[in-house]
Design a protein around this ligand. Structure first.
Ligand SMILES: NC(=O)c1ccc[n+]([C@@H]2O[C@H](COP(=O)([O-])OP(=O)(O)OC[C@H]3O[C@@H](n4cnc5c(N)ncnc54)[C@H](O)[C@@H]3O)[C@@H](O)[C@H]2O)c1
Length: 258
C-alpha cells in the first residue's frame, strides 16, 4: 500500500552513510519515488564527490548543491525542479547546524552569532525551503523535517539546538496551517539519538544513546532506516489525514518520566 511511484521527492541533508537523510532517501526510493538530492558544497568538491558516490544506486534524477545560507543556490535548486520535473510532491528537510562550542557547557554563554547561525540554518531553512516548494506542489504535497526531544525538554548540552528545534516544531504548525489549503501536509519526526556527523558535535552524545538503551520501552535507540520508514509513511497517502504533527520515532523514550 505504501507506494510513492510517480512522486518527485527532494531530499536534503545527506552527508554520509550515517545521515538520517540517507536512511530516508533509501526508503523513499524503495517505495518508488523519483529522487532529487542536494548536498552542502565545499570549496574542494569533497562533499559533492562523496555524496554522489553514495546516492548513485538510488539513481537520483537531480543532484544539486544547496547551502541553505545561499539564496542563489536555493533559487537555482527550485528553478531546476520546475524546469526538469514540472512539479514537486515531497520535501525532506533533514539538516541542522550549531557550532560545537555552543553544544556543551553553559547555555547562558551562547554567543549572538552562534545563536543566529544555529537558528538560521536549522530553523529558518525549513520556512525558506517550504516557501520555495509551495508553488511547485501543484498537486498537493508532503513536507517532513527532523526534530529532537531537546526542543521540548531541557537535555544536557543540546542548548541552542533545543531552541532551534522548538522554533522548528512551531514552524511545522504554522506551515501546516497555511499550506493545508493547498493540500500540502507538514510534519516532523522526532528521532531518538543516532550516531551521525551532526550528533557527534553534541557533548556526551554516547551517554545519551546509552541512557536511551537502558530506559526506552524498546530498550534500544532507533536506526536511520526506521526513521526512513516513518518518513515514507508521512510522505504517502497512508497519512493523508495527518498534518502539523510531531511523530516520535524514538523507541518510546519520550513517554518515560524516569
Ligand atoms: N542524529 C540524531 O541523534 C538526531 C536526532 C533527532 C534529530 N536529528 C536531526 O536530523 C537531522 C539530520 O541530522 P543527522 O543526525 O542525520 O546528521 P548529518 O550530519 O548526517 O546531517 C546534517 C546535514 O546538515 C547539512 N547542513 C549543515 N549545514 C547546512 C547548510 N548550511 N546548508 C545545507 N545543508 C547543511 C549537512 O551537510 C548534513 O548533511 C538534523 O536536523 C538533526 O538535528 C538528529
Amino acid at each position: 500500500m505504501l507506494n510513492l511511484t510517480g512522486k518527485n521527492a527532494l531530499v536534503t541533508g545527506i552527508a554520509n552513510n550515517r545521515s538520517i537523510a540517507w536512511g530516508i532517501a533509501q526508503q523513499l526510493h524503495k517505495a518508488g519515488a523519483n529522487l532529487g538530492i542536494t548536498y552542502l558544497p565545499d570549496e574542494r568538491g569533497k562533499m559533492e564527490k562523496k555524496v554522489a558516490e553514495l546516492v548513485e544506486p538510488l539513481n537520483p534524477s537531480l543532484f544539486l548543491p544547496c547551502n541553505v545560507q545561499n539564496e542563489d543556490q536555493i533559487k537555482s535548486t527550485f528553478e531546476t525542479i520546475r524546469d526538469q520535473w514540472g512539479k514537486l510532491d515531497i520535501l525532506i528537510h533533514c539538516l541542522a547546524f550549531a557550532s560545537k562550542d555552543d553544544l556543551s557547557g553553559d547555555f547562558s554563554q551562547t554567543s549572538r552569532s552562534g545563536f543566529n547561525t544555529a537558528l538560521e540554518i536549522s530553523t529558518y531553512s525549513l520556512v525558506q525551503l517550504s516557501g520555495a516548494a509551495k508553488p511547485l506542489m501543484t498537486e498537493g504535497g508532503s513536507i517532513v523535517t527532523l526534530t529532537y526531544l531537546g526542543g521540548v525538554r531541557a537535555i544536557p548540552n543540546y542548548n541552542v539546538m533545543g531552541v532551534a528545534k522548538a522554533g522548528l516544531e512551531m514552524s511545522v504548525r504554522y506551515l501546516a496551517a497555511e499550506l493545508g489549503a493547498q493540500n500540502i501536509r507538514v510534519n516532523a519526526i522526532s528521532a531518538g539519538p543516532i550516531r551521525t556527523l551532526a550528533s557527534s558535535a553534541v557533548g556526551g552524545i554516547l551517554d545519551m544513546i546509552h541512557h536511551v538503551e537502558e530506559v526506552a520501552p524498546l530498550r534500544r535507540t532507533v536506526t536511520q532506516l526506521e526513521v526512513g520508514n516513518a518518513a515514507a509513511f508521512l510522505c504517502s497517502d497512508l497519512s493523508s489525514g495527518i498534518t502539523g504533527q510531531i511523530l516520535y520515532v524514538d523507541a518510546g523514550y519520550e513517554i518515560m518520566g524516569m
